[in-house]
Design a protein around this ligand. Structure first.
Ligand code: GLN
Length: 498
C-alpha cells in the first residue's frame, strides 16, 4: 500500500485518493484544483471535450463537507470524467458527433447518476470516436486524441479520451464503453487497466446507443482495485434498461480480495486454470506484443496458475460477424437523428425529405455514414438472410465456443490487440485495417462475456502492451482477483508517461 502523501496528487489512483482524503492529507477541493490545472495544460492531447470547472469545484466542496460530517459516500471526493457517450444533465453530450453539437440532455445516464450519488466528482466530458465507432479516436468530429506515451500515436478507441486522460494523470479514473473492445483496447494502448463487464451489468440508460446488443459501460483506471471500486458504484439493476441484469448489488473490491481455496501468500492464483486460445497467438501477432503477453502469463504461472491450451475456432469470423451485426443495429439506432427530434438540422433545405437528407449528410462523419449504409444493406430484403441472419447464427456459435473452453479453464487470456498503438493517420483511408485489429476483443463482446485489459509491459518504441483476461458470465470478481494478484507482483500499472 503506497503512502498517498508521498506522491504527486495526479499520480494517485482511486484507492490512494480515498486513503488520502480519509487521512486528511489533502481535500477533494485541492485535488480537483490540481487536476483542473493539468487538464488546462494538456489541451493538445485532445482528451476533454468539455470541462466543468465550476461544477467540479462545487461537487468537491460538497464531498469534503460530507466527509467532515461523517457521511461520505463510497467515492466521496474522487475526481473522474465521463466518456461523452453518456448523457449528462445541463452539459453538452455529443457522442463525438457534430450531429449532437449543442445538445443538452435533460437527464443523467444511470452510470453517471450512480457515480455522483457515491460522491464522485466529474471534471467533464471526454472525447471519443463518433458514436463510439472506431479503434483509434480518429473518428471524432472534434479532432483526434493523442497517446500520452507518444503524442504522434493514437490512444486507441473508441474510449480514447478516457484512456488518455487517465494515462496522462488528468483524472484517476474515467468511464468508458465497450461495444467491440473500446474499453480494453484503449486501456491496452495507454498502459491503464479497464474492465468491460458482462453484458447487462451496467445500465445502458442514457448511454447514446451504437449497437444495443453489444454496448456495455465500464471503468478505466490505473489498477484492478480502482476498477473494482468504480464498478461497484456504477453497476447494478436498472428498471429503465430492459436488458439490465437482475442481480443484487455487488461488492467487487471484496470479490477481488476473496482468497481462492488453497491459495497461499506466494501463490494467490493457485488452482486457477488460464486457457490460452491458440487463435489468440497467430503468426501475424507482433513479436513485442506476444513477448510481453507470454511473460505476463509466465508471471501468472509463478503466482500459482496453470496454463492450458484451448481453442476458439471462430475467432477470425468474429470480425465479419461483428461488422455486420454492429452496423445493422447502428443503422436502426441512428435513424432517430433526423434533424427533428434531436440533433443538427440543415440551415438550407427544401421539402421534408430534403431536410432529412441534408441534416444527416452534414451531421454525420464518414465512418458513421459507412456503417449506416452497411447496416441498412445487410438488413434489407433479399440480403437479410444472407448476411444478418448468418451473422446471428455465427454469433451463437462463438458464444458456444467460449462455453466449451470454460469446461477446461476458469479464465481465458491473450493479447488485447495485435500490435501496440499505431501512428495517427497511419491507416490512411482504409477502414479494414482498423477492423482487423479488433480481432481479439470482438469475440468476448459478441458472446457478452466480461473482459479486462491489464498492463503487461512495454513493446516497440516503449509503447504499452495489454494482457487481455476474459471470464465467464458474471465472473468480474474472478477477473479482478487475477488482475489484482498480477498487479501486486508487477509494477507495469504504476508506470506513467513523461
Ligand atoms: N473498434 C470497434 C468499432 O469500431 C469497437 C468500438 C467500440 O467498442 N465502441 O466498432
Amino acid at each position: 500500500m503506497s503512502d498517498p502523501t508521498q506522491r504527486p496528487l495526479h499520480d494517485l489512483g482511486v484507492a490512494d485518493v480515498l486513503r488520502g482524503l480519509q487521512a486528511r492529507a489533502f481535500s477533494s477541493a485541492e485535488l480537483v484544483d490540481h487536476l483542473l490545472a493539468r487538464v488546462a495544460d494538456a489541451r493538445e492531447l485532445g482528451a476533454f471535450l468539455h470541462v466543468d470547472a465550476d461544477g467540479a469545484r462545487q461537487a468537491a466542496r460538497a464531498a469534503d463537507a460530507a466527509r467532515a460530517a461523517g457521511r461520505a459516500g463510497a467515492l466521496a471526493g474522487v475526481p473522474l470524467a465521463h466518456k461523452d457517450i453518456f448523457v449528462t444533465r445541463g452539459h453538452p453530450s455529443t457522442a463525438g458527433s457534430k450531429m449532437l453539437a449543442g445538445y443538452a440532455s435533460p437527464f443523467d445516464a444511470t452510470v453517471v447518476a450512480r457515480l455522483a450519488e457515491a460522491g464522485a466528482v466529474s471534471l467533464g466530458k471526454l472525447n471519443c470516436d463518433e458514436f463510439a465507432m472506431g479503434s483509434a479516436n480518429e473518428n471524432s468530429a472534434f479532432g483526434p486524441v493523442r497517446n500520452p506515451w507518444d503524442t504522434a500515436r493514437v490512444p486507441g478507441g473508441s474510449s480514447g479520451g478516457s484512456a488518455a486522460a487517465v494515462a496522462a494523470g488528468l483524472v484517476p479514473a474515467a468511464t468508458g464503453t465497450d461495444t467491440g473492445g473500446s474499453i480494453r483496447q484503449p486501456a491496452g494502448f495507454t498502459g491503464i487497466t479497464g474492465i468491460k463487464p458482462t453484458y447487462g451489468v451496467c445500465s445502458r440508460y442514457g448511454m447514446i446507443a451504437f449497437a444495443s446488443s453489444l454496448d456495455q459501460a465500464g471503468p478505466m483506471a490505473r489498477s484492478a482495485e480502482d476498477c473494482a471500486l468504480l464498478l461497484s458504484a456504477m453497476s447494478g439493476f436498472d428498471e429503465r434498461d430492459a436488458t439490465s441484469a437482475q442481480r443484487p448489488p455487488q461488492d467487487y473490491a471484496a470479490a477481488m480480495r476473496q482468497p481462492r481455496d488453497g491459495a497461499t501468500a506466494a501463490q494467490p492464483l493457485k488452482g486457477l486454470r488460464i486457457g490460452l486460445p491458440r487463435e489468440f497467438f497467430p503468426a501475424a501477432l507482433a513479436a513485442d506484443v506476444e513477448g510481453r503477453v507470454r511473460e505476463a502469463l509466465g508471471q501468472m504461472e509463478a503466482l500459482g496458475a496453470t496454463l492450458v491450451d484451448v481453442s476458439l475456432p471462430r475467432t477470425e469470423l468474429s470480425i465479419p460477424v461483428y461488422y455486420i451485426i454492429a452496423p445493422a443495429e447502428a443503422s436502426s439506432n441512428l435513424s432517430r437523428f433526423d434533424g427533428v427530434r434531436y440533433g443538427h438540422r440543415a440551415a438550407q433545405h427544401g421539402d421534408l425529405q430534403d431536410m432529412y437528407r441534408r441534416s444527416r449528410s452534414e451531421g454525420f462523419g464518414p465512418e458513421v455514414k459507412r456503417r449506416i449504409m452497411i447496416g441498412t444493406y445487410v438488413l434489407s430484403h433479399g440480403y437479410y438472410d444472407a448476411y444478418y441472419l448468418q451473422a446471428q447464427k455465427l454469433r451463437r456459435m462463438i458464444a458456444d465456443d467460449f462455453q466449451a473452453c470454460f469446461q477446461q479453464c476458469d479464465l481465458i487470456a491473450g493479447p488485447v490487440a495485435p500490435s501496440v498503438a499505431w501512428k495517427l493517420g497511419e491507416q490512411g483511408e482504409d477502414p479494414i485495417q482498423a477492423y482487423l485489429a479488433d480481432i481479439f476483443t470482438l469475440p468476448a463482446s459478441l458472446a457478452g462475456l466480461p473482459g479486462m485489459s491489464v498492463p503487461a509491459g512495454f513493446g516497440a518504441q516503449g509503447m504499452p502492451v495489454g494482457l487481455q483476461l476474459i471470464g465467464n458470465y458474471f465472473a468480474e470478481g474472478q477477473l479482478l482477483h487475477a488482475a489484482h494478484a498480477f498487479q501486486q507482483a508487477t509494477d507495469f500499472h504504476t508506470r506513467r508517461p513523461q
